[in-house]
Design a protein around this ligand. Structure first.
Ligand code: UDP
Length: 395
């Protein structure tokens, strides 16, 4: 878990110098994972950071419950764009972000990940001639049916600085002819986001006790991707597989999944599961830190599994995060292999726990946000700190 390296210490001490040179930064985001992963940068930017929250996720459980854990900021713009058809949502979001940038341009725009909000932020920055930084650049599933894949590719090619979490992500960018000088390998900010929010052992024990759970004797599952929840047969298969697992299954129910369960009349299949509302981030981490196994289709949760040293069965047909396959995780399609793979991990929980404890997370040592700020110094031509140059990997 939390680790300190000389580079991390050195670079964490210098952001003020870089920030003074960069001037104001605008962070555009609109969903739960973006809020979580941008929080370490919000913390570093302090008063130099303006947050523009588009409102792509507007459900109380995905937004307010997560925002409550963001570092306080006096410069928080809520745009309230909401849902809708993708093209319409994209158009409205670009227009809303454009208006904010017209009055509060800052000196640089940062977007994170692969959402419609991130793409809208990128296009609006471009329209204002502002330098664009893509946090979590270079991920590729090579699945062209996924809107997120379109968003990632477009943002990476618009960006002036691509902050790639891993060396593999850097290679993906080079393979698409993104110039090497636009890429910095930084690690993923999820590591320090998690380190800041993970409750201490006694509080984790209290979270488990409140749900009558015993460490290593339950499974934590989340499912929300359209590929898994928009098709009634696939959703029924996944819920059936979870219900047959030999341990209690805690299932924070994403609003999208809840809607599908209602629409397809699958409520009965939830009965064997310990269904909860989506959890506040620290509570979710408490559950994830003590579980025997995670079953999930979430991107961020896969990364967190590697920091918490917990195994994860990833229910997806493709992945943009192959780094954990064969170590912390395994990729399975919706079907009987969910139960088969889970059984493999659950057969020897203590043994796997011991083995995973010794493996480093591929997402770095918790200094990604400091590395990103250092790289910004070079973008702005300012003094900067030690920028992570191409090929230099974190930790
Ligand atoms: N998460 C949370 N509460 C929950 C479920 C997830 O705080 O009940 C966090 C989780 O720890 C991770 C993030 O939400 O940091 C992942 O969000 P999501 O799965 O919605 O998006 P993805 O990562 O798949 O883009």
């Amino acid at each position: 878990m939390p680790t300190t390296t000389p580079f991390r210490e050195a670079v964490t001490n210098c952001p003020e110098v870089v920030l003074a040179a960069v001037g104001g930064a605008t962070l555009v985001c609109g969903t739960r994972p973006e809020l979580i992963k941008l929080a370490p940068l919000v913390r570093l930017f302090g008063d130099e950071g303006t947050i523009v929250y588009t409102g792509q996720h507007y459900d109380e459980s995905l937004y307010e419950r997560i925002r409550a854990h963001l570092p306080p900021s006096n410069r928080f713009h809520e745009l309230g764009v909401g849902g809708g058809r993708r093209g319409d949502q994209l158009g409205r979001t670009i227009s809303a972000v454009d208006e904010v940038l017209a009055t509060h341009p800052g000196r640089v725009v940062l977007v994170q990940g692969d959402t419609t909000s991130a793409l809208a932020g990128a296009l609006a920055a471009n329209a204002h001639g502002l330098p664009l930084v893509h946090v979590e650049a270079g991920l590729r599933s090579h699945d062209r049916a996924m809107p997120e894949e379109h968003n990632r590719v477009l943002i990476d090619h618009l960006a002036d600085l691509c902050c790639a979490p891993t060396e593999l992500n850097r290679r993906n960018l080079l393979a698409e002819n993104v110039p090497a000088e636009r890429i910095a390998v930084t690690g993923n900010t999820v590591v320090e986001a998690l380190e800041a929010a993970l409750p201490p052992a006694a509080e984790r024990a209290a979270v488990l006790a409140a749900r009558r759970l015993v460490r290593d004797r339950y499974v934590l599952a989340t499912i929300h991707r359209p590929e898994n929840v928009d098709d009634p047969d696939r959703l029924a298969v996944i819920l059936g597989e979870l219900a047959r697992l030999p341990l209690p299954v805690v299932f924070p129910l994403h609003p999208r999944t809840a809607k599908s369960v209602d629409r397809f009349g699958l409520g009965r299949l939830l009965e064997p599961l310990d269904v909860t509302e989506p959890q506040a981030y620290p509570d979710f981490l408490a559950l994830a830190a003590e579980t025997a196994l995670i079953v999930s289709d979430s991107g961020g949760i896969q990364e967190e599994a590697s920091v918490l040293k917990r195994p994860v069965v990833v229910v997806r047909r493709s992945t943009e995060r192959p780094e954990i396959a064969g170590t912390f995780g395994v990729l399975v399609p919706a079907g009987p292999s969910i139960g088969a793979e889970a059984a493999r991990w659950l057969d020897d929980v203590a043994g796997h726990r011991e083995r995973l404890r010794g493996l480093p997370s591929p997402y770095g040592d918790g200094s990604a946000s400091a590395r990103i700020v250092a790289a910004l110094g070079h973008l702005s031509g300012g003094p900067g700190g030690e920028a992570p140059g191409p090929g230099r990997s974190p930790g």
